[in-house]
Design a protein around this ligand. Sequence first.
Ligand SMILES: [Cu+2]
Length: 322
Amino acid sequence: MQVARGLAGTFVVKSKTDPLRALPEQHWMISDLRLNQQAAIPPNSMMDWMDGREGQFVLINGQRNPTIQVGTGTRVRIWNSCAARYLQLEIPGCQWQVVGTDGGLLEQAQAPVDTLFLAPAERVEVLITAPADMQAPLISRYYDRAKMMVRETPTDISLAHVTVQKQASPDLSAELRSFEALGIPVASKRVEFSEHEMPHDMGQGMSENMMQNMFLVNGKSFDMERIDLRSKVGDVEQWHIYNNSHMDHPFHLHGTQFMVTDREHNGVKRAEPFKAWRDTANLRPYETVTFLVKQSMPGLRMFHCHILEHEDLGMMANLLVE
Ligand SMILES: [Cu+2]
């Protein structure tokens, strides 16, 4: 409810030895806002609780359809700060060169791509490439995340008018960062996201109790008093996250960041194409994501689906690091 009403912000932790520190920066924090006919923020509908709430106004740094001027030599940090909206960003005629993720820089700049996929809570650092000076919209292409009980008309949305200035390209050929070798994991964990079956006859809608226990981690709805998993400080662990449901869920872990090694979907296993530190990884329906992780600080922390309504309805669990 607090995020839906605007209580969310961002911060950047900078390294003194950042090899790209000389580049100018822009920050694009993307959020969405729901307003009703009275221009008030309405409470969640049942559909909002089931699918995650999406506001009809998608904002960049709090502005609707702003004009953005950006150079091809600018480092752009982008946040998906929406509670539930997925983004597939494109600037027709331009491409994105990814240099960083949730956990900062990659080893190397990646080959430019047309589309930038960001599940809720994901972040990237990019440079925009363009053949010449350009003017184009920033678009978010429709993404089918298999919502419950709705049939959507695929609709792209325009987020901004972008003027891209072609500049001398910064040299991105050097290694941006090295990753410590995590080594062989000494423990492994399985996490399964699932949902209670929807009743066939929705009749009067669902009871409060059904809603409260709709979304599950390892078969259980969140309980603040229950420790679900335990880890030891400094242990390298291999986690397998399985989405045993028909809808996308972005997994999110607190206290550290992880390195995805492979993803398995529809019987096809794919090695992750590059190393990256992340704290959020999207899971397609019935997809498994495998990652390596190490917790360096003792304490109680959470992992959860980052569709915030799912988290509120039970899709969260406690990890105790000892
Ligand atoms: Cu979810």
